[in-house]
Design a protein around this ligand. Structure first.
Ligand code: XMP
Length: 525
């Protein structure tokens, strides 16, 4: 196993991610653990020291436990980690006002086991160059005894150092970020060739480790979880249930703004198939009542968020023995909402959790997915036996159809929209693109129908109709911050439109949204 000591960099989890991707087991621990902790590590093959916001030279800066350099395993220091290594092993570090941020080209020196042959290109003089991402002010100005120069840039004479005999390496750049093109290869080489780890760790192993961790954490306590049917809360529920069975109770709040048959599917999967204790609260009338007459999008969001918290809290209060509140917080939520400092609990963005659940519940937080990225959460879900269609489902906003019915929300509109949306999704799933062999559902990142509360004239059979309009929205994106409208085949749009108009009485016109984000947003409200 690889031990990662975290000194507070926002990208420490990326190091873990790259190592997991290489099929090697790793654990992140706070950088201020003591020497006994290092001695107690079983099967330790190598240690990585992360970057930090702090300066290694500041007196109050964290120190690396001295045993790190004595237990006889290779050590890789990244940025702050390299500076701390240099300082503690007898080198020099100086603060500098010449800061280096972003893209840099560094020159590799000598032939080190870490960088040899991994250069992106060679200069005409024959120097190997790596394209990297740097973010630092301080720098190492004198090598510790026994080290040689491994890399440099014009403004940073010692951008990499190595003591090959002891397997100690320091890099001033960040190999864990994708901007460092050879970063993955460098980390891979460190953990496999230098530390001697094998690529045999996988998702089922992760399940077992996570299960043990949850059991250890909660003991015989009871846990409560708000199940939304979305990927994150579903995977968290399945994982926690595997760990502690009936000590877990899920509360599934149906606000009446879910997709067609969604409540039934959630109950079938969790209560039915997995045998999880799920309290299904049908609060649709309560939500609809509160939304009556409200047209402003933000006001609607706030009402839905507030009601959700109220309903959830009322259910939680009935579970007298619950001591933990489980949440499907994943790593990107943590980065977004935290000026991250190791291991500290952080507030959840309201966006992610329908208003965010209140801390007045006096429950401890259990967040077993905190270290994982979305695609890892999906793989974990599959490993736990969740249906792939659920695990690979497009994201669905917390306020649900509430932000897809423009203006006032009415039960009648929600019914029409649910049916139109289901037809659209059905056809996306069933239409295969012949170039890629994938369905259009998988080729789009998010797709849905939007209800427009305006009426237009149509003709059906011999009669005139005067009915509502739906807009279809389908986008392609990787980060949801920007998005392109999807160039769906006309034949697909034609079929969807004809099915909606024929099958959903009350809708006589279908349009396709051809706006990208920005300047439009993905949702219409
Ligand atoms: P926009 O519309 O801002 O959406 O381009 C970006 C992504 O966020 C989702 N979204 C929400 N998710 N609560 C949520 O949980 C919300 O209030 C909310 N509003 C937007 C949206 O579906 C898209 O994936």
């Amino acid at each position: 196993r690889i031990l990662i000591l975290d000194y507070g960099s926002q990208v420490t989890q990326l190091i873990a991610r790259r190592i997991r991707d290489a099929g090697v087991y790793c654990e992140i621990h706070p950088g201020d653990v003591d020497n006994d902790f290092i001695d107690a590590q079983e099967g330790l093959k190598g240690i990585i020291l992360s970057g930090s916001h702090a300066s290694a030279y500041q007196e109050e800066a964290l120190k690396v436990p001295s045993r790190v350099f004595e237990v006889g395993v290779p050590v890789l220091g990244i940025c702050y980690g390299m500076q701390a290594m240099a300082l503690q092993l007898g080198g020099k570090v100086e603060w500098s006002d010449q800061r280096e941020f972003g893209y840099a080209e560094i020159r590799a020196h000598g032939h080190t086991r870490l960088l040899d042959g991994l250069q992106d290109f060679n200069t005409p003089e024959g120097h190997g160059i790596l394209k990297v991402w740097m973010s630092h002010g301080d720098r190492v100005t004198a090598l510790p005894p026994g080290f040689k120069l491994m890399a440099s840039t014009p403004s940073c004479a010692i951008a990499g150092m190595a003591n090959e005999e002891r397997g100690f390496y320091g890099v001033q750049f960040h190999p864990e970020v994708t901007h460092t093109t050879q970063g993955e290869a460098i980390l891979n080489r460190f953990v496999t060739e230098i530390c001697g780890c094998t690529h045999d760790w996988n998702m089922p192993d992760y399940v077992q480790e996570a299960v043990e961790k949850i059991r250890e954490q909660v003991g015989s306590d009871e846990v409560i979880l708000g199940l939304s049917g979305g990927v994150d809360s579903s995977v968290a529920a399945a994982l926690i249930h595997k760990a502690i069975g009936d000590q877990l109770t899920c509360v599934f709040v149906d606000h009446g703004l879910l997709r067609l048959n969604e409540a039934q599917q959630v109950m079938d999967t969790f209560a039915g198939h997995f045998g999880v204790k799920v309290i299904h609260v049908d609060a649709s009338e309560q939500f609809m009542g509160k939304l009556e007459g409200v047209t402003d999008p933000e006001a609607k969001r706030k009402i839905i968020g507030r009601e959700f918290v109220e309903v959830f809290q009322a259910e939680a209060a009935k579970l007298k023995n619950a001591r933990w509140l489980a949440q499907g917080t994943i790593y990107p939520d943590v980065i977004e909402s935290a000026a991250s400092k190791t291991g500290k609990a952080v507030a959840i963005k309201s966006h992610h959790n329908v208003g965010g659940l209140p801390d007045t519940l006096n429950l401890k937080l259990l967040e077993p997915l905190r270290e994982l990225f979305k695609d890892e959460v999906r793989k974990l879900g599959v490993a736990l036996g969740l249906p792939p269609a659920m695990v690979y489902r497009h994201p669905f906003p917390g306020p649900g159809l509430g932000v897809r019915i423009l203006g006032e929300v009415k039960a009648e509109y929600a019914d029409l929209l649910r049916r139109a949306d289901a037809i659209f999704i059905d056809e996306l799933r069933n239409t295969i693109d012949h170039n890629s062999g994938k369905s259009w559902y998988d080729l789009t990142s998010q797709a849905f129908a939007v209800f427009l509360p305006v009426k237009s004239v149509g003709v059906m059979g011999d009669g005139r109709t005067y009915d509502y309009v739906v807009a279809l929205r389908a986008v392609q994106t990787t980060d949801f911050m920007t998005a392109d409208w999807a160039e769906l085949p006309y034949s697909l749009l034609k079929k969807v439109s004809s099915r909606i108009i024929n099958e959903v009485r009350g809708i006589n016109r279908v349009t396709y949204d051809v706006s990208s984000k920005p300047p439009a947003t993905i949702e219409w409200e």
